[in-house]
Design a protein around this ligand. Sequence first.
Ligand SMILES: [Fe+2]
Length: 213
Amino acid sequence: MSNRNTGNSSTVPGAASPHVLAPLPYAENAFEPVITAKTLSFHYGKHHKGYVDNLNKLIAGTEYAALTLEKIITSTAEKPEKIAIFNNAAQAWNHVFYWNSLTPKGGGDPPVALKQKIEASFGSVEACKHELAGAAVAQFGSGWAWLVLEGGLLKVVKTANANIPMTMGFTPLLTIDVWEHAYYLDYQNRRVDYANAVLDNLINWEFALQNAS
Ligand SMILES: [Fe+2]
């Protein structure tokens, strides 16, 4: 037997299967005390990993095995018979995007180029943050709050479960995970406190600007 199967060349995010769990961009305790290491460890090591593992099992030997993660998502969206593949693929993508939407030295003032776009769309950074926190709280059950770009303007949208803006014609700029697994150990039912703490301390405006450019 060749030993080639011990290597893994699919380390590029979005590459075809087997899909790999991308490393966290920071240490699991990097967000203390806003998000504890316990929460981040479970969230990344159990939940995010679970989506990637389930996806690989579900697509093994199917037409989806050769597709990139993004292509799997767009190919299975709105197909009820493919909901399990869609859910796990979208959640794998959403979590990488969420990890990059946060940074240990986040929050504060956005870069000038993004701040101008935010002010043009929302009036002020505070109004944008208020709308994001409102979407996080208003999302009934599990889901995501997003800052997105649509036709040159920024807007806030929320999606349920695994749903993802790329299938809705929006360009996602950043996201906040509002599944209970993202905050319950630290905040219990106080989702609004989690959302505001993330927006004030962790949100990665630089990442949003990169996605808007
Ligand atoms: Fe999550």
